[in-house]
Design a protein around this ligand. Structure first.
Ligand code: AMP
Length: 192
């Protein structure tokens, strides 16, 4: 089961991806988490991406794709995974197609969240790269670059929209239901 979770910053997709991944017994692969891990460990890659992340811009595709390619080649990712934060550009969609095929993703789950609520969530989260300016810039980047890639997956018929508002447990339930209903996907073996 290969899934992609999509949503604007603060939509709770990281939390939901982790919960659904645990439920399905597959790894949650977040490129943002991976980059933050490199930054906090002071690796060569971390030093390279630190200022880019602080500005809210995207890390160059070749850097991101190389990191992602290595991650999905690891043993735990062979039965499936939930991608969170990748692909984020049409260039990255093409790169992912090259890695797992154009029919590689079973479903693309889009979390729909009210935008005012999003701003509140982000400011409350208080992460190091969450300055007000960075948040605004991330929204702008999301609108300009990420939304168009949904068109690509829409045409492939794998996109499922889920209401992202409400309790964490509630939203997880909606996602698992959408997946097992087969709205936009082959039914998974939930809870096994
Ligand atoms: P996130 O936690 O997913 O919001 O990612 C935090 C930051 O990491 C982003 O603002 C980007 O600078 C970088 N990043 C994460 N994923 C990607 C990606 N797929 N492509 C480019 N940059 C990324």
């Amino acid at each position: 089961m290969k899934l992609l979770f999509v949503g604007p910053p603060g939509a709770g997709k990281g939390t939901q991806a982790a919960r659904v991944a645990a439920s399905l017994g597959i790894p949650h692969i977040s490129t943002g988490d991976m980059f933050r891990h490199h930054v906090s460990n002071g690796t060569e890659l971390g030093l390279k991406v630190d200022s880019i992340m602080k500005s809210g811009e995207y890390v160059p595709d070749e850097v991101t794709v190389a990191m992602l390619r290595e991650r999905i080649a690891e043993p735990d990712a062979q039965t499936g995974f939930i991608l969170d934060g990748f692909p984020r550009t049409t260039g990255q969609v093409a790169a992912l197609d090259g890695l797992i095929g154009t029919d590689g993703l079973d479903a693309v789950i889009v979390l729909d969240v009210d935008e005012d609520a999003l701003v509140e969530r982000l400011l409350a989260r208080g992460r190091a790269d969450d300055t007000e300016e960075t948040i605004r810039n991330r929204f702008e980047v999301y609108r300009e670059q990420t939304a168009p890639l949904l068109d690509v997956y829409d045409r492939r018929g794998v996109v499922g929209h889920v209401d992202g508002m409400g309790d964490v447990e509630e939203v997880t339930g909606r996602i698992l239901t959408a997946l097992s209903d087969g709205d936009a996907t082959t039914p998974p073996e939930v809870g096994s």
